[in-house]
Design a protein around this ligand. Structure first.
Ligand code: NAP
Length: 268
């Protein structure tokens, strides 16, 4: 038996009452950082979760942790720079769980910090392939999977506060994220009429390996970013994951096409 709320069909037989109860969620970059926090949170909120990234040991560890806490999770290694692997990961989600309701396209590659004239073109190509074409490929596969199974759903792409300003130290990263905001808006406009919402989150400084790598390259950068942040501190990855969970949930049923800053007020 099913009931329909604001256009989304949810099985009433599911035992949990969490924010994402009854949903099947795809999470990229789920081996560590924001994506791992999201996979854990989505499972606690009642979703069955498919975790992807390249590093199998990290995926396995997070998946086993979720299972040990009573959640349902599977993982599929996937390289966003490889189109066939992105399609295979989304297809595998449907094979394993029978449907796809929500997707968090969160994985991204960092660029070596520095001015644009010093960055090899190969880094430009890699960052664009992973951070822009990756979500492009993923969204196309996810839209098809949602249409074919649950019919309505939601997608959240992880952008960055860096998409909203000049990035002298991370120019390609910032450009890819700004382009991702555009893709997000276009997808929202295209698929809104059929009940598929598409949003982005723009995290500020968040304590993950990505920011650790920047700090190692540029000592003091986290303190400088904190000084630009009204809340005066970096985010814990779960604080960012909470925003994604809400946007993916039916509680955000009238929210689409937005870029939600989760930045401690940095761009206020
Ligand atoms: N941390 C911050 O301060 C911050 C701020 C703004 C935005 N963000 C964004 O937040 C998201 C998550 O970043 P994070 O901070 O959690 O970084 P992270 O700890 O470095 O995690 C990045 C994740 O993406 C995966 N990934 C990287 N390249 C990939 C590829 N080619 N194919 C598939 N997966 C790949 C990584 O796994 P593998 O290496 O195993 O593939 C990892 O699971 C990113 O979109 C990032 O741009 C972060």
């Amino acid at each position: 038996m099913t009931h329909t709320t604001t256009g989304t069909t949810t099985p009433t037989s599911h035992p949990t009452t969490g924010l994402l109860a009854g949903k099947v969620a795809f999470v990229s970059g789920a081996g560590r950082g924001i994506g791992a926090a999201a996979a854990r949170l989505f499972a606690r909120e009642g979703a069955r979760v498919l975790l992807t990234a390249r590093t199998e040991t990290q995926l396995k560890a997070v998946t086993e942790e979720i299972r040990a806490s009573g959640g349902t999770a599977e993982y599929v290694p996937c390289d966003l720079a490889e189109p066939a692997s992105v399609h295979a990961a989304v297809d595998r989600t449907v094979e394993l769980f029978g449907r796809l309701d929500v997707a968090f396209n969160n994985a991204a590659a960092m660029q070596p910090p520095g001015p644009m004239d010093e960055l090899p073109d190969s880094d430009f190509d890699h960052v664009l392939a992973v951070n822009l074409k990756g979500p492009w490929l993923a969204m196309k596969a996810q839209i098809a999977a949602i249409r074919a199974t649950s019919r309505t759903g939601a997608i959240v792409n992880t952008s960055s506060v860096g998409s909203l300003m000049a990035n002298p130290a991370l120019p390609v990263y910032g450009a890819a994220k700004r382009a991702l905001n555009s893709l997000t808006a276009s997808a929202a406009a295209t698929y809104g009429p059929e009940g598929i919402r598409v949003n982005a989150i723009a995290p500020g400084t968040t304590l993950t390996e990505m920011i650790d790598a920047w700090e190692t390259n540029t000592p003091g950068i986290v303190d400088r970013l904190n000084a630009l942040t009204p809340l005066g501190r970096p985010a814990d990855p779960e604080e960012v994951a909470q925003a994604a969970a809400w946007l993916l949930s039916d509680r955000a049923s009238y929210v689409t096409g937005t870029v939600l800053r989760v930045d401690g007020g940095m761009r206020a």
